[in-house]
Design a protein around this ligand. Structure first.
Ligand code: M6R
Length: 617
């Protein structure tokens, strides 16, 4: 949700900022802007509604003019996407520039106060209020320096922010701060980088500091990185981390879109999720996070899974898995609802938070509440060292590698893999899963990457063709039962996110309680109907659809007859135990959504109105 890039060093700041913004464009793409500190220290700003390419069109003359600067790519919160609302924002005196990711919740009160003092505002943003608050403190206390004024201002605001600020009278200095939104500082040789994640600087340095919550830093070539707490101004010793990210992981590698690349990466990403954890020959699942807290899980009154979007769908499948194999009661909650409905949480509860980005504000807020009430918090995140990963008591990374396409694919199947491991591990430990079943299930799980590969090889070309028939379609239904009901929800979400076709997921049996009214010859229905999973009941559901002339796209196991005979399109996947079928069945649904969106000319990696990490509540 908004991407920030900053740079000071010996290279051309324009190139670093623009290339960095391209890598962060997945975070928001409503508008883009850049500010550079030129040779006369004057701040040169260019910004525009639209994407980084639009920014390049209007800012080329800035190339080669500066060695320090910063930029922004925006996902609009306050104010429509427009040139005026684009970042960077300047203070009234034109000397201070800011880029901001997050929301200043009390901006209105501050804006009123500043307006009374004579400040004027060009935009509708909360960010412009903050930059003027910095100027206000400098005007009020001429003896304080620029970083101190930023600190004073940050102490007055609440909400979420990652900011980078430049001041014309303080050349060579970048001031950054963080509360609730991520910010990384790359440490190069005689150069420093700032970014919302490490991707903009990974080819220049492998050393980074992830700014902690409530910290700010003053960065200059002369004095390096000086980190302080925002409230107390106490000096902090930075912890420099070695980045594991490499360039190849964040490039498209010959695929047309990141989403397609990420769909095809799933045999590897699922394997990576299990690597070192699933030791089939020894018959063990080794997960440090769970291992160290097995008794906490075993004695839990219940497990509450909280998440949003695709991660919430993974959570629903987690509920089926954990209840079936570990027999521990599980509730799955939308993080945004959980937080605001005064939930009953006790210190006997275990809360599992699932988040690809580890930055989702709704999930973060729900977690904080559960923590306050004494629950044990377990995180399942993909992004290492993300905010959620940091505040949990224990957790497991999914290790799916960077997911750049806004529509989640490989992170979802990696989340399912972790949840499967947890369910089997807990079931084995508390005696609900006998040794023979455990051994056979883990052997099957170990082979799931091969099953995914098989699905990719056998269905890809076929789905490309099927998708052509649905380019003009306006509505879709997705149905599944048991484990595949959440898979149906996820299939529908993928389609609507990237193709803008209205799609709904339902438990197949629920169809007769309402959605069946929608079915006619124009309604395509994707039905997930594997052999093992209430097959007979699904056959009846398919008959009901057929009787109403719905167009059936069936995802079935190889060799299926009953459903296939009734279906208009048949996509075959290998047969697995029911608990693994959502992983395997999700792959063709991802491909279907992808190709329909591509044929409709949609921007698959950057769907309208969405952003990869949603850091506002
Ligand atoms: O990073 P998170 O997993 O916490 O994100 C949660 C949702 O915002 C996310 O899954 C969203 O629904 C995706 N766009 C799904 O493709």
């Amino acid at each position: 949700m908004c991407g920030i890039v900053g740079y000071t060093g010996f290279q051309d700041a324009y190139d670093i900022v623009i290339n960095g913004l391209r890598r962060l464009e997945y975070r928001g793409y409503d508008s883009a802007g850049i500010v550079l500190e030129g040779s006369n220290n004057k701040l040169e700003v260019e910004k525009t509604k639209g994407k980084v390419d639009d920014l390049v069109n209007i800012s080329k003359e800035l190339k080669g003019t500066a060695k320090i600067g910063m930029g922004h790519t925006r996902w609009a919160t306050h104010g429509v996407p427009s040139d005026r609302n684009s970042h960077p924002h300047l203070s009234n005196n034109g000397k201070i520039a800011i880029v901001h990711n997050g929301i200043i919740e009390n901006y209105d009160t501050i804006k009123k106060m500043l307006s009374e003092k004579g400040f004027t505002f060009q935009s509708e943003t909360d960010t412009e209020v903050l930059v003027n608050l910095i100027q206000y403190f400098m005007d009020l206390n001429p003896e304080i320096d620029f970083p101190t004024a930023v600190r004073y201002a940050l102490n007055e605001v609440y909400g979420a922010y990652a900011i980078t600020v430049l001041h014309e009278d303080y050349p060579g200095i970048l001031v950054v701060g963080r509360l609730g939104s991520p910010l990384a500082i790359g440490i190069g040789d005689k150069e420093y980088f700032i970014a919302s994640d490490a991707s903009p600087f990974v080819e220049f340095t492998k050393e980074a500091i992830y700014l902690e919550e409530g910290h700010m830093a003053t960065i200059s070539l002369e004095n390096g990185v000086d980190i302080r707490t925002i409230t107390e101004n106490s000096k902090i010793q930075p912890e420099i981390q070695q980045l594991k990210l490499n360039l190849e992981q964040i490039e498209k590698g010959g695929y047309e879109h990141f989403m397609l690349k990420e769909i095809f990466e799933q045999p590897k990403s699922v394997h990576d999720t299990m690597r070192g954890r699933l030791l089939v020959d020894e018959g063990i699942i080794k997960m440090a996070g769970i291992w160290d807290h097995l008794e906490r899980f075993k004695n839990a009154n219940r497990i509450i899974i909280i998440a949003c979007g695709t991660s919430w769908h993974a959570g629903l499948i987690g509920e089926y898995l954990i209840e079936e194999y570990a027999r521990i009661p599980v509730e799955v909650e939308y993080a945004s609802e959980f937080r605001y409905r005064n939930p009953i949480i006790t210190d006997k509860d275990v809360v599992i938070a699932i988040s690809q980005s580890g930055e989702t504000a709704d999930t973060m807020a729900a977690l904080k509440l559960a923590k306050e009430k004494g629950a044990f918090i377990y995180g399942i995140c993909n992004v290492v060292d993300s905010s959620i990963a940091r505040i949990t008591d224990a957790g497991s990374y999914t290790h799916a590698g960077p997911e750049i396409g806004v529509a989640s694919t490989k992170a979802f199947t990696a989340q399912l893999t972790i949840l499967t491991l947890i369910a089997f591990k807990l079931g084995k430990h508390n005696g609900n899963l006998g040794n023979a079943d455990f051994m056979s299930l883990i052997a099957e799980l170990d082979a799931i990457p091969k099953r995914i590969e098989e699905v990719l090889n056998t269905t890809h070309e076929q789905i490309k063709e099927i998708a052509k028939d649905f380019v003009e379609t306006t509505n879709f239904l997705y149905l599944g039962r048991g484990y595949n009901y959440p898979a149906a929800l996820e299939g529908a979400l993928k389609l609507k996110e990237i193709s803008y076709i209205h799609a709904e997921g339902y438990p197949a049996a629920e169809m007769k309680h309402g959605p069946i009214a929608l079915i006619d010859e124009n309604m395509p229905i994707v039905i997930i109907a594997p052999k093992r999973g209430h097959y007979d009941k699904i056959v009846s559901n398919v008959q009901e659809i057929k009787a109403r002339k719905g167009k059936i796209i069936a995802v079935v196991n190889k060799g299926d007859r009953q459903v296939s005979e009734m279906a208009d399109y048949v996509i075959e996947i290998p047969e697995t135990s029911e608990c693994f079928s959502p992983i395997v069945a999700s792959v063709p649904l991802q491909l279907l959504a992808y190709y329909i969106a591509v044929y409709r000319g949609a921007n698959v990696d950057q769907p309208r109105n969405l952003a990869k990490s949603v850091t506002v509540e």
